[in-house]
Design a protein around this ligand. Structure first.
Ligand SMILES: [Zn+2]
Length: 392
């Protein structure tokens, strides 16, 4: 393995901004587009690293900075040699800055205070005061040892209007400069491996603010570019519109990351068509836990792809149709796999009837098998996109 970070354009789609990039990290290579499963608490809910390798995952979001600061604490992570070793993941890893979690906490009330210096919050169990700011966020991410780390930012809430979006943008930019300064003191992890620093474009749903933020982020000459804010991934038409605003400004050789995109397989297809390379979302595993399993066919049409229900191609609400609610009684005696054309371990070995039974009884095996399927579908869609871009 090379102790370096590089991103290289491999091939562009001839008529869309979609592309294949190669990322080289100290923990191996990654081809994009790729979905990053999220290991919030240093594990994927009900999926092992072996499960993730089997479905083609080579880049994960490992251990959120906020959660790792709280439990088990950075002294534990550092003492075992970093997050890769701690959670048994040998491939590439990205971690977050903790900004999104403190934003979520602050929205819930007084448990967290955000000001110009950063965020101050109480440890949820011990009551210990924890400071998260550009300096401590970057140092924590260096202890985690992820291959890609994120500048500390303030997530832009959608409800606040232009004034709030502008304030979050200004603060994010000031924090970016401090994050970069901290990173450049030694651009490696505590374990001596090169780390890439990504900045995050904010600006809410305001075109001029998004463009202003993009301009600022690019001036900092970082390793890659995140596109953040509450709207991203939550409102997909607006997410695609925002990407269209900023993409013409973005360099071709840097990775583009929409943060929190992936409620379902079609969302990945939509942002890759707009020129995005990587994305993360907790939805596939959360959906699986709640009994919602992805179901559909990956269709090639007009030089691109769609994830569609086989019998509902004309339906407007196709996304809602592309799911099986396994709790429904009509699956109790259904001996078909979740998705007949799926090559995941679950679909190759088990029926809907079995999964229905496991779910109804609340048996742990259900959560494991369901998570394997949903993550597999997200990666299968990415594999199809790479294959299509290569052949057209
Ligand atoms: Zn499957």
């Amino acid at each position: 393995m090379l102790n370096t970070y590089q991103s290289t354009l491999i091939k562009k789609h001839p008529s869309l901004p979609a592309r294949i990039m190669r990322i080289v990290t100290p923990h191996g290579e990654v081809l994009t587009p790729t979905f990053m499963p999220v290991g919030t608490r240093a594990m994927l809910n009900y999926a092992t690293p072996t499960d993730l390798e089997a479905n083609g995952s080579r880049l994960i979001l490992g251990g959120n900075t906020y959660h790792m600061l709280c439990t088990p604490g950075m002294d534990v992570i550092e003492s075992v040699g970093g997050m890769h070793k701690f959670m048994g993941w040998p491939h590439a890893m990205l971690t977050d800055s903790g900004g999104f979690q403190v934003f979520s906490l602050a929205k819930k009330g007084s448990v967290c205070i955000i000001d110009e210096d950063g965020a101050v919050f109480k440890h949820p169990l011990t009551g210990k005061i924890i400071h998260l700011n550009p300096k401590t966020s970057i140092q924590t991410q260096k202890m985690i040892g992820a291959d890609i780390i994120m500048a500390f930012d303030q997530c832009t809430p959608e409800a606040g209007g232009r004034e709030t979006a502008l304030a979050a943008l200004d603060r994010t930019h000031r924090w970016l400069v401090l994050s970069k300064k901290e990173h450049e003191k030694n651009p490696s992890s505590y374990y001596g491996l090169r780390q890439a620093l990504f900045g995050i474009i904010q600006g809410g749903s305001f075109r001029d603010l998004r463009e202003q933020s993009t301009h600022f982020i690019l001036q900092q000459d970082l390793d890659g570019i995140g596109i953040g804010g509450e709207v991203i991934g939550f409102n997909m038409p607006k997410t695609c519109e925002i990407i269209d605003w900023v993409r013409p400004m973005l360099p071709e050789n840097k990775i583009r990351y929409t943060m929190g995109v992936g409620l379902g397989p079609q969302d990945l297809i939509d942002v890759v068509a707009k020129g995005i390379d990587i994305f993360d979302c907790v939805a596939p595993t959360r959906n699986a836990r709640h009994g919602t399993l992805y179901y559909g066919e990956i269709i090639e049409r007009d030089g691109w792809l769609a994830f569609e229900h086989p019998q509902a191609r004309t339906q407007v609400s196709n996304i809602e149709k592309c799911r099986i609610l396994i709790k429904k009684n009509n699956y109790a005696k259904d001996d078909a796999p979740i998705m007949p054309n799926c090559s995941c371990y679950t679909c190759q070995h088990f029926s809907r009837a079995y999964l229905h039974y496991l779910f109804k009884e609340g048996l742990i095996a259900y959560f494991h098998l369901a998570s394997i399927h949903n993550i597999h579908v997200m990666q299968a869609v990415c594999t199809h996109m790479r294959e299509l871009i290569l052949k057209v």
